[in-house]
Write a protein that binds this ligand. Structure first.
Ligand SMILES: Nc1ncnc2c1ncn2[C@@H]1O[C@H](COP(=O)(O)OP(=O)(O)OP(=O)(O)O)[C@@H](O)[C@H]1O
Length: 284
């Protein structure tokens, strides 16, 4: 099946920073999250996909076609978060008039429902909105033009837990349709643990790993071993290691196998943050 989004060998340099050979697909029906430290290249990747930055090389296909040649592919795309900036002088009602003209499939009923649900005032200027209100408005707009692929850049950043939960519920509702997909960036691992199916970790402009979230959380393990215990551990089970003052942390690829072979060792299921930390601070 044609993926919702296919990114091949994307490269983009800004002085010392270089996005290098970014390649991944977002299959239909899947939520893919790009994670990584500040400045690792997440937003640049999205900006290249959306044509806001011109890549030095590489290709982007949305539902199999070049989004810059095929207007239909563009209409299939909903954008939210930092990358979607609406004119502050507009009210939501004025914004709707513009969006209706831009998107032939505009769904007025969905827009009305979402504005009601998110308690967005229709006649207040957007520049007077709080960050949470802007985030909800931008997601409402993305969800109201019957997009099949949502691209969300830090869509839940800076929001209180209640608003975050509301936005995540809207995204989960969007994902009820099997041909819908999401590509998102986020630093909030609890959000990702709730909605992402696939995790792509970028560091210094390169993909370090891309893996199913369930594989990361269900199969990986985090062991804490003494120097003596470390000597007995089968190297082939160790993905990353991080030396601590009193022990060594090991990121293990097969938690079950490790638990069977070393039943007395301290071992737990890692969080997404701990996995990222092991890839960032640990050694191979
Ligand atoms: N228009 C630009 N001109 C020059 N440098 C840029 C530009 N856009 C991004 N960069 C640089 O590219 C690098 C990656 O930035 P990017 O915004 O993609 O990171 P990020 O992973 O999204 O970070 P964050 O988590 O902080 O949002 C940074 O070093 C940034 O300074």
């Amino acid at each position: 099946m044609t993926p919702a989004l296919s990114v091949q060998n994307l490269c983009k340099s800004f002085g010392e920073f270089a996005l290098q050979d970014i390649t991944f697909d977002v299959p239909c029906g899947v939520v893919t999250a790009i994670i990584g430290e500040n400045g690792s290249g997440k937003s640049t990747t999205l900006a290249c996909i959306l044509g806001q930055d011109i890549p030095d090389s590489g290709t982007v296909a949305i539902f199999g076609t070049d989004p810059f040649q095929d207007i239909q592919a563009h209409a299939a795309l909903g954008v939210s978060g930092d990358i979607s900036q609406f004119p502050g002088a507009f009210t939501p009602n004025q914004l709707e008039s513009v969006l209706k003209g831009l998107f032939p499939d505009w769904d007025t009923a969905a827009w009305n429902r979402l504005l009601e649900l998110c308690q967005i005032p229709r006649t207040r200027r957007i520049e007077q909105f709080s960050r949470g209100m802007k985030a909800k408005l931008s997601l409402a707009a993305a969800l109201s033009h019957r997009a099949k692929l949502l691209i969300l850049d830090e869509a839940t950043a800076g929001l209180d837990p209640v608003v975050r939960e509301e936005l995540l519920d809207l995204l989960l509702e969007f994902m009820q349709e099997e041909d819908h997909s999401i590509l998102m960036t986020s630093h909030i691992s609890s959000d990702l643990e709730k909605i992402a199916d696939y995790i792509i970790f970028i560091r210094n402009g390169r993909i370090v790993f891309s893996e199913e979230k369930d594989t990361l959380l269900e199969h990986y393990g985090l062991a804490s071993v003494s120097r003596e215990q470390l000597g007995y551990v089968d190297e082939s089970l160790i993905l990353r290691r991080r030396v601590q003052p009193m022990s060594t942390d090991l990121l293990i690829t097969d938690r079950q196998a490790f638990a069977t072979r070393y039943p007395d060792y301290v071992l737990k299921q890692p969080t997404l943050d701990e996995i990222v930390l092991m890839f960032t601070k640990g050694d191979e």
